[in-house]
Design a protein around this ligand. Structure first.
Ligand code: SAM
Length: 266
């Protein structure tokens, strides 16, 4: 084994000030940084000049670098570099495939460390004024993916998910939001349950849409929201107006959601 170490580092979902002190220290002392699409430009700017950067995300019109290739790349880099930072949006161990990379590294006897990041569920909902739990409104949170590998059908226990006393957070759900909403309603969750969609959460481009469960798919389409989008479903969403505190920087990027919110509030 070499003295190389691969650091699987979470950046949080966008706002660079949500980086941990440890993540920043590692970025500034790295020999090479391997990153994907969700890592924002503001965060990439924190990498010192002269440090190699390798992009392994999806470029428009092209396919994502296959996970096998990323795994091999990390092992290969460990042969010649000492501090390899594998940067991931949010938290590496929440829908980030960080664990797949860690398993591969462990099996190839490459040392690794995991640096947790603030996951989208936590950060995006906070920046949208939505607490995931709140006494009397939600005593738990259920986090699910809205997309399965190989586009397999979402085969969940919808009855247990449709719990009005828990908040549901859906990652990667844009393509399947109609299906998810239909299943939740069929399983007993009220159509009027408050629901939110947050696009580009915690960034200057953040857009927030507030609606009800039944209207969520249509409103998402109408507002033209596209990934990354986080859906939050549950009574806690009713606090979003009262707890709104974050003003994203780019007013023009806010327009469709602002228009929608005006329409909703009259
Ligand atoms: C592949 S998952 C990665 C999740 C990441 N590891 C985390 O912990 O947040 C990508 C999904 O995370 C959610 N997401 C990540 N960053 C986001 C952001 N800034 N705004 C809204 N959703 C975000 C979206 O649902 C997106 O489709």
């Amino acid at each position: 084994m070499t003295d190389a170490c691969v650091y699987l580092v979470g950046t949080g979902p966008g706002d660079p000030e949500l980086l941990t002190v440890k993540a920043l220290r590692l970025l500034q002392n790295s020999d090479v940084v391997v990153y994907d699409r969700l890592v924002t430009d503001e965060i990439l700017q924190l990498i010192p000049a002269g440090v190699s950067r390798i992009f392994v995300g999806k470029q428009s019109g092209k396919h994502t670098v296959p996970q096998d290739e990323i795994n091999s790349l990390l092992v290969k880099l460990a042969e010649s570099k000492r501090t390899i930072v594998r940067l991931k949006g949010g938290d590496p161990f929440i829908f980030g495939r960080g664990s797949e990379e860690a398993v591969y590294l462990a099996r190839h006897h490459v040392a690794f460390e995991v640096v947790p990041g603030i996951t989208a569920a936590s950060a995006c909902s906070s920046y949208a004024g939505i607490p995931l739990t709140h006494r009397g409104l939600a005593h738990g949170v259920q986090i699910i993916t809205g997309h399965c590998q190989g586009d397999l059908p979402l085969d969940f226990d919808w009855r247990s998910l449709a719990d009005a006393d828990k908040t549901i957070v859906v990652y990667m759900g844009v393509a399947n939001i109609s299906f998810i909403v239909d299943r939740l309603i069929q399983a007993g969750l009220a159509e009027t349950t408050p629901a939110a969609a947050i696009e580009n959460g915690t960034s200057r481009k953040q857009r927030r849409l507030l609606t009800t469960l039944a209207r969520l798919p249509q409103e998402t389409r109408q507002a033209g929201l596209s990934a990354p989008v986080l859906f939050v479903i549950g009574k806690v969403v009713q606090l979003a107006d009262e707890l709104e505190w974050f003003t994203p920087g780019e007013i023009e990027a806010l327009q469709p959601a602002v228009a929608f919110e005006k329409e909703r509030h009259g």
